[in-house]
Ligand binder design. Structure first.
Ligand SMILES: *Cc1c(COP(=O)(O)O)cnc(C)c1O
Length: 367
């Protein structure tokens, strides 16, 4: 097993070695890492809901689910949450999954089959990429948000394939920019394609759905994946679409069938968190505007990328900020091409705290 050590040494040399950091507090804007108190600008807990817990949910349902949904792990709490999520995303129905990773891998690989075509944005989340890899369809990666090139590909290639799928993040997880959903919707219609949207960072941030920003309504060829582990503050994921899609996934989707159901207490807690979303989302929107003005980093979401030349410099800046009491990890290749600090703001941050962080970053960079 010496090659493992060699490969790790290589990573270290390139400044790409990763390590885990243990938190001794619950998730929130103030965390303690290795005994050090830090102001957190890195979590996807955009609405500060992760630390919420209701005794009621855990008392009623316990912590475990005990089986897959199709065996005896399907609880009323799941179905209640699914109805609510479908309503919020304006679709006929929805189906819960144990994680967003599993939802994406499962839905793409089961919908797109041999003889089909998948068109995928080059900056899509790893779980979408892995879903494409697992599918037997032909895959073409198009340049980031470039709908002109996408149309060119469609006009040339669409006819040669039976079915076509356009796959994209709505809010890109490392850049915070929003996909051109209006254009993508048109292309979907023009070329008789299915649009698969990963709304992990849009749900509860941009609105209940990123489609709301474009005044678009999902139709029967729109599939929306959402996660519960980000703005909604719990864990798990869901796929929204038609009632037929739900039935198909229950019968065919391997990452739904062959895994233990989401604990019903988590479904119950998610429903409770959803009640708090509108008020928190308003606060988050205010903070996003404030931080955008302050930093001039152009982002419509809660994710603000601060690009840094090299992985080593990104790590150094992150470490300096850590010393100064801020938690903003460096994101490096292979997660992204260009190293960066990925700053996330939440509804819980104050303007003062955001200014404090930005002044600190500027001072560190000047040195
Ligand atoms: C986090 C994330 C996922 C994965 O969701 P999990 O529930 O954490 O597995 C999928 N897609 C995007 C864009 C994400 O940011």
């Amino acid at each position: 097993m010496e090659w493992l050590r060699e490969e790790l040494r290589e990573l270290e040399k390139k400044g790409l070695y990763r390590e885990l950091l243990p938190l001794s507090t619950s998730q929130g804007k103030r965390i303690v890492v290795n005994g050090r108190k830090l102001l957190n600008f890195s979590s996807n807990d955009y609405l500060g809901l992760a630390k919420k817990h209701s005794r009621e949910c855990f008392k009623r349902w316990g912590a475990g689910s005990g089986a897959s949904r199709l065996v005896c792990g399907n609880f009323e709490a799941h179905e209640r949450l699914e109805k609510k999520l479908a309503e919020l995303k304006k679709t006929e129905s929805s189906l819960l999954f144990s994680s967003g990773y599993m939802a994406n891998v499962g839905v793409i690989s089961i919908l797109a089959k041999e003889g089909d075509l998948i068109l995928s944005d080059e900056l899509n989340h790893a779980s979408l990429i892995d879903g494409c890899r697992l599918s037997k369809a032909r895959k073409i990666v198009y340049p980031h948000c470039d709908t002109e090139t996408l149309e060119l590909i469609l006009s040339k290639e669409r006819k040669k394939h039976r079915r076509c799928f356009i796959v994209t993040d709505t809010v890109f997880s490392m850049d915070g920019d929003v996909a051109p959903l209006g254009e993508l919707f048109k292309l979907k219609d023009e070329y008789d394609a299915v649009l698969i949207l990963d709304d992990a960072h849009g749900t509860g941030v941009i609105g209940w759905s990123s489609l709301d920003l474009f005044k678009l309504k999902p139709d029967e060829r729109t599939v929306i994946v959402g996660t519960l582990g980000k703005a909604l503050g719990t864990f798990g994921a869901f796929i929204c679409g038609t009632e037929t899609l739900r039935k198909y996934l229950i019968n065919r989707c391997r990452t739904f069938i062959f895994t233990t159901a989401l604990p019903p207490a988590i479904a119950c807690q998610t429903l409770k968190n959803i009640e708090k979303v509108p008020e928190k989302m308003e606060k988050l929107q205010k903070n996003i505007s404030f931080f955008r003005e302050l930093t001039k980093i152009n982002s419509q979401s809660a994710i603000f990328p601060l690009l840094i030349k090299t992985p080593e410099e990104a790590v150094k800046l992150s470490q300096k900020l850590y010393q100064n009491g801020f938690f903003v990890p460096a994101i490096r290749p292979p997660t992204v091409k260009q190293s960066r600090l990925r700053i996330t703001v939440t509804s819980e941050h104050t303007e003062q705290e955001m200014e404090l962080l930005w002044n600190n970053i500027k001072t560190c960079q000047a040195r």
